[in-house]
Ligand binder design. Structure first.
Ligand code: F0G
Length: 457
């Protein structure tokens, strides 16, 4: 594929500013060596997340003006509902304020105390909502996902042998549902193939277990299927999206990723009317009346437009190729990254880059701190810090991978910014032996990575 520049021109800008190296050092000390605690105005290029950080189009902004703010029966809700029905071929649509709101409502209806939820790799909030509902999250991704240099084209796939033997061992009545995360964020934004989705659905049908998609990055997953899987090259993205969802019974979606909006989410149910009715009564006290679910009319309007734009092939070509660009530039600088490069982020393998730092001294977090001092770029650790301590032994450094996630917001940065990110990491890599690990000065007991404070060793 030849690579074209950004498929848009810029109509409005938001200034960003690189403060001096001395200031960056000072700001990081004030933030307790935790980039999460930096003020965004002190960050030059923010690659913390692709969630809710994208830029809306002129069509979306004009949609905001058309939003119908009626409490019940909003016109914007019906527009969103029809858009989602066309996209998914599912019948029932419930808006929520964001992905975790969808999880909270839907999971409370699907999980009975003690049941397991089998996933390729559950995202943090998904895992938390399974546990809050008395369930056990189980990850059954293929083992290749844990090897950052393995070139498997669909590293988000389920190990279907493990999936079936888990069901046989524990009994189908002890499984609440199968959760297919597309693309698989926790495995590095890695896609799931149509063949694998089909195989998972076959096993699910055999044992009468529902299949629910975590569809936050559904369009990126469909794009990888088109590019990498036999038989899909000539199919358009909408056709692939509908085929993926045909193998499931429902989905939760964070609209903050492939919905191309700053806030919003969805629960969509294929045909189970009873489940839909249960969700509509649960959602009232948690999110709001079922025709707004925690969103304003204008939010729903913008989400509907975003869902139509995200499946446009020119958008996806550029989106994915920009992430690939960053990955390829880093490889040119001999920086070890997770390969193949995923859909929304490049993951730097800090275990390989900084082998002199023990996992318990958080190499990827140390790298995030140094990258900020070097260049004002903010990335995030996905490794032992995020993983937390073992509940029983209290031991640290347990994650299989120590990654620095450089997450690319949608339609926000140009290829020039990407170039700067790669050059900055390249410069830092030349000084890698000077980078030291970090120790806690404050360690919260839950979700420690958000608020912990550190000092360099
Ligand atoms: N599922 C996946 C796969 C996600 O990546 C996220 C969020 C959620 C569910 C929850 O959605 O944030 O709208 O409540 N991921 C963000 C990230 C936060 O940075 O990867 P939400």
């Amino acid at each position: 594929m030849s690579r074209l520049p950004e498929p848009y021109k810029i109509k409005m800008i938001e200034p960003i500013r690189l403060i001096s190296r001395e200031e960056r050092k000072q700001k990081l000390i004030e933030a307790g060596y935790n980039p999460f605690l930096l003020k965004s105005e002190d960050v030059y290029i923010d690659l913390l997340t692709d969630s809710g950080t994208g830029a809306m189009s002129d069509r979306q902004w004009s949609g905001l003006m058309l939003g119908d703010e009626s409490y019940a029966g909003s016109r914007s809700f019906y527009y969103l509902k029809e858009t989602v029905q066309q996209l998914t071929d599912y019948q029932y649509v419930i808006p929520t304020h964001q992905g975790r709101g969808s999880e909270q409502v839907l999971f409370s209806q699907l999980i009975k105390q003690g049941q397991a939820v089998l996933g390729n790799m559950h995202f943090d909030t998904t895992k938390a909502h399974i546990e809050l509902n008395g369930g056990t999250p189980v990850n059954l991704v293929i083992s290749q996902a844990y090897d950052t240099s393995n070139q498997h084209p669909f590293k988000g796939n389920f190990d279907t042998n493990k999936l079936e033997s888990y069901i046989q061992q524990h009994g189908e009545e002890n499984i609440a549902f199968i959760n297919v995360t597309i693309t698989c964020n926790s495995a590095g934004g890695q896609p799931v193939s149509m063949e694998n989705i089909k195989a998972v659905s076959k096993i699910a049908n055999k044992y009468h277990i529902p299949v629910i998609f975590d569809a936050a990055r559904f369009a990126e997953n469909a794009y990888f299927i088109k590019m990498r899987e036999d038989g899909y090259k000539d199919k358009d993205i909408r056709t692939i999206v509908r085929e993926m969802f045909a193998y499931g019974d429902g989905l939760t979606m964070s609209g903050k990723k492939d919905g191309l909006v700053n806030i919003g989410g969805l629960i969509v149910i294929k045909e189970d009317e009873k489940l839909f009715q249960q969700c509509t009564s649960t959602i009232v006290p948690l999110e709001g009346f079922p025709t707004y679910g925690g969103l304003t009319g204008r939010d729903m309007q913008a989400l509907a437009v975003g869902l139509n734009e995200v499946v446009e092939i020119d958008y996806l070509h550029h989106r994915i190729s920009q992430v690939q660009l960053l990955g390829k530039l880093l490889v040119n600088y001999d920086i070890p990254i997770q390969e193949p490069i995923g859909g929304h982020a490049v993951f730097v393998d800090a275990k390989k880059l900084l082998p002199h730092i023990e996992p318990s001294e958080f190499p990827a977090h140390a790298l995030a701190c140094e990258l900020y001092i070097e260049s004002g770029i903010r990335g995030v650790e996905i490794g032992s810090l995020l993983f937390g301590r073992d509940n029983k032994s209290g031991k640290d450094g347990l994650s299989k991978l120590e990654l620095l996630r450089l997450t690319i917001p949608r339609r926000v940065y140009t290829d020039n910014h990407i170039q700067y990110v790669a050059e900055s990491l390249g410069k830092l890599a030349r000084k890698r032996s000077q980078i030291t690990g970090v120790n806690f000065t404050y360690e919260p007991t839950i979700l420690r990575h958000f608020t912990a404070r550190f000092k360099p060793i």
